[in-house]
Design a protein around this ligand. Structure first.
Ligand code: P6P
Length: 333
């Protein structure tokens, strides 16, 4: 069977009437090229002196890893000149990044977490890049934060690249979810997982159990039932995984099922959760829903939340339909 590269796949999708505008296709390919550069850097690790802290902090008040900054720069450098974008926003930058005057602007807004799970970098555990694409509101020529504050249902594309044993780009633009594996010899992403689907049923859950005493009652009830296994109300045993890298968890879940949870924590009562809505919650929710899964904040679809701030946080319950619907229903009880 001939290999279908990311470029060929996107061009063929573009040919299908209206499923992928040329500008959006170009933008997705450019993000893919930046992720290749990030993959090569991540894979070099200590050999390239890119491990460890950058000595700076980000808007979240978190210490930045060298590779956080490198990945952010790769994405900015690759995308600023192409003419597809009106602006970019990143977990690593407090304010939106405006396209420099010497370059043409386009109709899209690109948001990303350049290297999610970067605390795992120095211990050689999978990390990833998450991205989300919105249309720039018509008539807005200098997009500020307000131009980005669109619900996740407005996304035109979303994806992640997981830097693991394989580097894989997983992508949706509203016509299902498709996975591409990086062929390092040829330097191209090759379609290996067309039409990915999240199994509706699962026996596997992912949550940081050390926070259990700080969760709200519905989450404690749900997880206690999982722990009770076949002797409890669920009547079957469950397995647990926690990589502390959302991209790795989501990839596992979209591949074999599961439920990922990062709930509200009583220690930060003002914050709905730890994860960020615009460039973690929304893109992952789009991907999961397009693959037949469910993504909620415990009260509503993540993608229906109307954002108030660029870096606002969200509680996340996503993955296999049966489990996410159950834990969400406990919040309504
Ligand atoms: P904890 C990584 O820092 C991240 O944002 C997600 O990728 C991951 O799922 C979560 O935080 C891990 O959080 O509290 O277990 O370290």
């Amino acid at each position: 069977m001939s290999r279908i590269t990311l470029s060929r796949f996107l061009i063929e999708q573009q040919r299908k009437a209206g499923s992928l505008p040329p500008e959006l296709r170009l933008l997705i390919e450019t993000v893919g090229r930046a992720c290749k550069a990030i993959s090569f850097s991540v894979n070099k690790g200590a050999l390239a002196g890119v491990l460890g802290d950058a000595g700076s902090g980000n808007v979240q008040g978190e210490a930045q890893k060298k590779l956080d900054v490198i990945a952010n720069d790769f994405l900015l450098d690759a995308n600023e000149w192409g003419g597809s974008l009106a602006a970019m926003a990143s977990e690593e930058m407090e304010l939106p990044y405006h396209i420099p005057g010497e370059y043409p602007k386009g109709d899209y807004l690109l948001l990303f977490d350049p290297l999610d799970g970067s605390s795992n970098i120095d211990v050689n555990i999978s990390v990833g890049t998450i991205f989300s694409i919105l249309r720039c509101p018509s008539g807005v020529t200098q997009p500020d934060e307000s131009a980005f504050l669109q619900p996740g249902t407005q996304q035109v594309a979303a994806g992640y690249t997981v830097y693991g044993p394989q580097t894989m780009l997983v992508l949706t633009f509203g016509s299902g979810v498709h996975g591409f594996t990086l062929d390092r010899e040829h330097g191209s992403f090759v379609l290996t997982h067309p039409d990915m689907r999240v199994p509706e049923r699962t026996n596997e859950f992912a949550i940081n159990m050390s926070n259990m005493r700080h969760w709200d009652a519905p989450v404690q009830r749900y997880v206690n039932e999982l722990l009770a296994g076949e002797t409890g109300p669920r009547g079957r045993d469950f397995n647990m995984r926690w990589v502390a890298s959302m991209v790795a968890e989501v990839h596992r879940i979209i591949t074999r099922g599961g439920v990922f949870m990062y709930p509200h924590d009583a220690r930060t009562p003002q914050q709905p959760g730890k994860l960020r809505l615009m460039y973690e919650g929304n893109p992952m929710a789009f991907i999961i829903e397009q693959a037949g899964g469910v993504a909620s904040n415990g009260q509503q679809r993540i993608m229906e939340i109307v954002p108030q701030k660029l870096h606002e946080r969200v509680a996340v319950f996503l993955g296999s339909k049966e489990e996410v619907e159950r834990v969400t229903s406990y919040h309504q009880a």
